[in-house]
Design a protein around this ligand. Structure first.
Ligand code: ZN
Ligand code: FE
Length: 348
């Protein structure tokens, strides 16, 4: 049985209304439709005045239930906020062929020597016009501004993994260029006011809705005490806590704390795609091969990564499965072995 697609074309009376309407959709309304029964929600910008909401339901019956129970309240809410400045054209149908709602897509933005920022957005084949994204760790504004122009994206929020300047120093310049958007980071970093322009302090387990997907905030102290990861939609943004085949230095936390944080990544679904803060993979694998010289998986990954880097290609994303097989810090048998390996790596 096919899934049930429900689309709402929303024609706004001006570009300014469209901006506010889109922000309102993304900040919660789309998620409310998911809470009311949709499997997935997506907001696609058609042009400066027209948006299209696409909702996928498991079945026609699930959609009918939503129409009875969820929709009246949500429509009343939209009417109360936007009145007649937005006109809606609704259509429904069962069609696997039309089922174009996809997972999220990530654009990798390299900057400085080896840092990565990421643009997370919903990819819809054939969709035209500017689409929303969040940016993770804009340590440098200029390459991020160039990337959003290239991909026709508009930034709705900034997600910071930790306060180190190579991850967040670009935030003020980015805001100056794109206008004020929410700047998220940990509550710890907010309380210590160490991310300029941070507007919101996140706590463990908090859920961030993004384009119909839920991202969960995971506290991962060790590299810094305010370090967090964003985990959802089959991916994780790890900052400098976990690198591919490696991990960050333990600057503020303790070795057992960092070990425990890394173990949380080890417990994620093995297919989780890992988007890490730095391109350190090749050097990390050389260290891994030093620790486990006879390990075939490490040797094979090192060879693969060398080939990628020879062509200046990114090694991100990796997967949890690859890390379990090759990352000497995830493979340490306990916190003591982890600490010994971390110290050995510092001078390798
Ligand atoms: Zn850092
Ligand atoms: Fe860093």
């Amino acid at each position: 049985m096919g899934t049930f697609l429900y689309t709402v074309v929303c024609e706004c009376e001006s570009a300014e209304v469209a901006e506010r309407f889109e922000a309102w959709l993304l900040e919660g309304h789309a998620m409310h439709v998911v809470e009311a029964g949709a499997l997935e929600a997506e907001v696609v910008r058609r042009d400066e005045r027209v948006l299209e909401n696409r909702y996928v339901f498991a079945s026609a019956r699930a959609f009918e239930r939503y129409e009875r129970e969820g929709a009246p309240r949500l429509r009343a809410d939209a009417l109360a906020r936007f009145g007649t400045s937005v006109r809606y054209t609704r259509s429904t149908g069962t069609s696997r062929a039309q089922r174009s709602v996809k997972g999220l897509r990530v654009e990798t933005v390299p900057y400085f020597n080896d840092n990565y920022a990421y643009l997370v957005h919903a990819y819809t084949p054939g969709a035209r016009g500017t689409r929303s994204c969040v940016v993770v760790d804009p340590g440098d504004a200029k390459p991020v501004i160039e990337a959003i122009a290239e991909h026709d994206l508009s930034i709705r929020a900034i997600w910071c993994t930790h306060h180190h300047p190579d991850h967040v120093a670009g935030v003020p310049d980015l805001l100056a260029a794109i206008g004020e958007v929410p700047v998220l980071g940990s509550r710890y970093d907010l309380e210590h006011t160490r991310i300029a322009k941070q507007t919101r302090g996140l706590v463990e387990g908090e859920v961030l809705p993004l384009l119909g997907h839920d991202f969960r905030v995971m506290n991962v102290p060790g590299h810094t005490l305010g370090a967090i990861a964003y985990v959802g939609a089959g991916m994780a943004f790890t900052g400098d806590t976990l690198f591919l085949a490696g991990c960050g230095r333990v600057f503020e936390g303790t070795m057992p704390q960092m070990h425990a944080s890394l173990m949380r990544f080890a417990e994620l679904d093995p297919d989780t795609r890992l988007y890490v803060g730095h391109e350190y993979t090749e050097a990390n694998l050389r260290f891994a091969a030093h620790i486990e010289p006879n390990d075939a998986a490490i040797a094979a990954r090192l060879e693969h990564v060398r080939a990628l880097r020879a062509e200046q290609r990114f090694t991100v994303p990796g997967t949890v499965r690859e890390e379990l097989a090759t990352n000497p810090f995830l493979r340490a048998k306990d916190a003591t072995e982890f600490a010994a390996r971390r110290e050995a790596k510092n001078t390798f």
